[in-house]
Design a protein around this ligand. Structure first.
Ligand code: FMN
Length: 458
């Protein structure tokens, strides 16, 4: 009988006042308004490393939620993912106060050119000594597309086609442009880098032309650990081709189980192993030393939930306006180019606006566990074992209180049950995830762009 799966945990946050739970920024102990202070992030990083979490994963959007009632006013009132600062810029400070914690940042393949993005990620991989990951998104907010001069959102599946070529450019830059020993720093010969060991990538594709060399010398992981979070059929194909970790959200275990099994099957079809990917499920926790205290806390939090802010977020995720809906009116799916899997999950007439505010109010499309440490640990174990996921993406209900409670009350309980690490593994983020070194395995398509010791393309 195989040992029970060690449960992995990422703290899921965003560089803004309200991430997934609208209204709780008003909690008297909320740190939400400190998102623009480095201290918020260094405090969070120290806390998560003390709790032996896998990492801090920072969501991001380039655009504003202006679907609800056809305006961005609700988003601004609720601080719902606006104002929002750049997730990458808080990583070096967090890396400076930690040793093992990983940092996953979200960045879109639909906005920044891969040539400049490649250097930013290599820089972060250098500065964190190989502890950075990238959540690859194609972006679902129309407002973002309009603000970079497009007439509207690029079609859903075409965004993934562009992302495929985007990845190809990056693999060529990260894996193939500089040989491992290109930098010689030879004072006597006055040579810093051997020009014969740095190669232009000569990429000339349908969407991108990048003839030259990568600007950065090889970083510890070269390619940052690759996260992704799309559950549509096209999204899962993309994940099977590229991702090492996938975030999935589902309100029911059977929905998630189906997506996890489908994804692992697609990895095998893509020539990879089913276990070559770590699946993190959206999840929120409300915990206290006793069940009654936890319920009291939940009821207090529930009183803070802002229905308008909640529907602002869901209108953005679904891609259509929820303002006209009555509380118990079943949703009718409106075809659009936003989050396809989310629209498919919630568009079938089973769900209502009330469900978003009441049942799912504590964290987008994932479950909430409330109770004393043992009860919460039970629910997390059940969810992991019944869905086949490897871990949870723990979003905060109130920041940073939700993370403090988890680290102090739930981590020791999971450790006592042998389901959670008691010390960090050595090495880079990728090494900690898979235990087979810092580089992508040869079964990953990025390896096609590497050079052999003689400098020839593999
Ligand atoms: C847990 C989770 C986190 C996500 N974080 C982000 C994010 O930070 N920024 C973003 O643009 N999209 C984010 N997404 C949305 C995905 O990138 C994607 O648009 C969505 O899952 C729909 O994919 P699909 O259209 O392939 O179904 C997230 C999705 C999930 C499930």
């Amino acid at each position: 009988m195989s040992a029970p799966r060690q449960i992995r945990v990422n703290a899921f946050d965003m560089n803004c006042p309200t991430h997934l739970v609208a209204g709780t920024w008003r909690h008297p102990d909320s740190q939400a308004s400190r998102y623009k202070d480095l201290g918020y992030w260094t405090d969070l990083a120290r806390l998560c490393e003390r709790g032996l979490l896998d990492g801090i994963f920072i969501a991001d959007v380039l655009g504003v939620y202006d679907v609800y009632a056809g305006s961005n006013a609700g988003a601004l009132r609720g601080g719902a993912q606006v104002p929002v600062n750049d997730p990458a810029l808080v990583v070096p400070a967090m890396a400076a106060v930690t040793e093992h914690l990983g940092f996953g940042i979200t960045a879109s393949t639909s906005f920044e050119h891969p040539y400049t993005f490649a250097r930013r990620m290599s820089t972060l991989d250098h500065l964190t000594k190989g502890r950075v990951g990238w959540n690859i998104v194609t972006s679902y907010l129309e407002s973002g597309a309009r603000n970079i001069g497009l007439d509207g959102q690029v079609r859903h599946d075409n965004r993934y086609d562009i992302a495929d070529e985007y990845m190809e450019v990056l693999y060529k830059l990260w894996e193939g442009s500089w040989e491992d020993d290109a930098v010689v720093a030879d004072v006597a010969r006055n040579v810093y880098t051997d020009p014969d060991k740095v190669h232009p990538i000569e990429h000339d594709g349908e969407y991108f032309k990048v003839p030259g060399i990568h600007l950065s010398e090889p970083s510890p992981q070269r390619t940052p650990l690759l996260y992704q979070a799309g559950q549509s059929s096209r999204g899962k194909t993309f994940a099977a081709e590229h991702a090492e970790a996938v975030f999935m959200g589902a309100p029911r275990a059977e929905i998630l189980r189906g997506n996890v099994d489908d994804l692992r099957g697609r990895l095998v079809d893509a020539g990879r192993a089913a276990e070559d990917i770590r699946v993190f499920s959206s999840f929120s926790v409300i915990v206290a030393p006793t069940a009654s205290e936890a319920e009291e806390k939940r009821d207090y939090y529930r009183g803070l939930i802002d229905p308008e802010g909640t529907l602002v977020l869901w209108s953005g995720w679904l891609g259509y306006d929820l303002a006209p809906y009555a509380l118990d009116e079943p949703l009718r799916h409106v075809p659009n180019e936003a989050m396809q899997s989310t629209a498919e999950t919630f568009g079938g007439g089973r769900w209502t606006v009330r469900d978003f505010v009441e049942e799912l109010g504590f964290g987008a499309d994932g479950p909430n566990a409330t109770g004393d440490p043992a009860a919460v640990a039970d629910q997390i174990e059940d969810w992991i074992d019944s869905t086949g996921a490897d871990g949870i993406n723990l979003n905060h209900v109130v920041t940073q209180e939700s993370y403090v409670d988890f680290v102090e009350l739930v981590v020791p309980e999971l450790q006592r049950r042998g389901r959670y690490r008691t010390a960090y593994e050595e090495g880079t983020l990728r090494d900690k995830f898979f235990g087979r070194g810092s580089r992508l395995p040869d079964t990953h398509q990025a390896a096609r762009h590497r050079r052999d010791p003689a400098g020839a393309l593999a």
